[in-house]
Design a protein around this ligand. Sequence first.
Ligand code: GUN
Length: 294
Amino acid sequence: MVLLDGKQTSNNIKQEIAVEVLKIISKGQRPPHLAAILVGSDGASMTYVNSKVKACERVGFNSTLIKLPENTSEEKLLNEIKHLNQNSEIDGFIVQLPLPKHIDEDKVLLAVDFNKDVDGFHPTNVGKMTLELPCFLPATPFGILELLERYKVETSGKNVVIIGRSHIVGRPMSILMSQKRPQGNATVTLAHSRTKNLKELTLKADIIVAALGIPEFLTEDMVKKGVTIIDVGITRVKDASKKNGYALKGDVHFEGVAKKAAFITPVPGGVGPMTIAMLLKNTLLAYKNTTQTK
Ligand code: GUN
């Protein structure tokens, strides 16, 4: 069994980006700049956004974190987005999801200038991705493709089962892996909560992407020997033995499934760090897109 080490791989990517930033600065230009908007104080979201900001510092990017209270109006948030769209010093920005219930997420994502949409969530970027046009790929699927590439996991002609049809992970993953591209050309099945014969499907799968958000859902009896497992889940589960009171659990029962897997991502330290590295990669791309057209 080979562990798909997202922490190490993301560090390698960050190192590659840091080298590019040094080159940019040595030419007397400003470094790339990522901004993030966080609405409310959800613990997990705060952790993710702080990790993103810290990653910017590590590679030499500028970063701006805009923290807004939970009761921020939709209008106020849309106004912040407008300012970031207009600010030529900001190359890319993200609005951390989920948003409070009183804010229309679709409206917010549509308000982001798609040229600065480094999360790849704007309908224009989703459309371009689907049509295989140059665009920002959503960071988590992009990170999974990168991990498969760097560990040379063959995908062409393989049976891939993706569990979960979210707009952020499952759906784009299913589109990307079915395309004619490196880490694509797979026969993809997108399973979800209404899928009837899931175990039959997963037992035939060469690669399984678990992205449904149910801790330890995928068990040893559901997979075949030699399978590649990508675990996107990261749920906080109460654990009194931990200092912070919770443990992080993936969607895969690691101990059982790892016995049968050829490749498997750990949680934490698998897909999560890759998402952050690819967000930085997208920000560098946004920077290059604008500086090349200046
Ligand atoms: N919430 C969970 N994953 C993500 C992500 O990749 N980007 C943003 N903006 N919010 C998220």
